[in-house]
Design a protein around this ligand. Structure first.
Ligand SMILES: [Zn+2]
Length: 147
């Protein structure tokens, strides 16, 4: 049966609790320490917005080319690119990521959003719109780093 729980945020929400009485009691107790669904979603959105702002700041110094594609592709790909480049340029020198910095095809970013950082850099070096720069990138990637 549905039980009304008053969450830590002060909002009341109905929950269907299952299992033995003791389990339901424990679950109800735990739910009271959490935020309601609406607040949880709002908190998650705020976290995402904060992370996106941090990523944007991290790549603000990069002179990124405009993406090409449909409006929807560009808007989605731009979020992906910002997030990936912030992580990439944080862990590597801008020169190593140079191929990634130059890929402007929105669909390319969307199709490869789940690749690991290394795979993404390799894929970027092979991307059609930066083929001409492949030799340069390869030489940078093969140069031992002086650290
Ligand atoms: Zn709430």
């Amino acid at each position: 049966m549905e039980q009304q729980i008053i969450h830590a945020c002060g909002h009341e929400q109905g929950h269907y609790l299952t299992g033995y009485d003791s389990q339901q009691e424990r679950k109800a107790k735990w739910l009271k320490t959490t935020s309601c669904r609406d607040c949880f979603v709002a908190e998650k959105r705020a976290d995402e917005a904060a992370a996106a702002a941090l990523s944007s700041a991290a790549i603000a110094h990069l002179n990124l080319p405009l993406l090409t594609g449909t409006d929807r592709q560009i808007s989605w790909a731009s979020t992906i690119r910002t997030k990936r480049l912030a992580a990439l340029t944080n862990a590597n020198s801008d020169a190593v990521c140079s191929a990634c910095l130059r890929v402007t095809d929105a669909k390319w970013w969307i199709d490869r959003r789940d690749l690991t950082d290394v795979d993404l850099m390799v894929a970027a070096a092979q991307a059609p719109d930066i083929q001409s720069a492949t030799a340069v990138t390869a030489s940078i990637m093969n140069t031992p780093r002086m650290t």
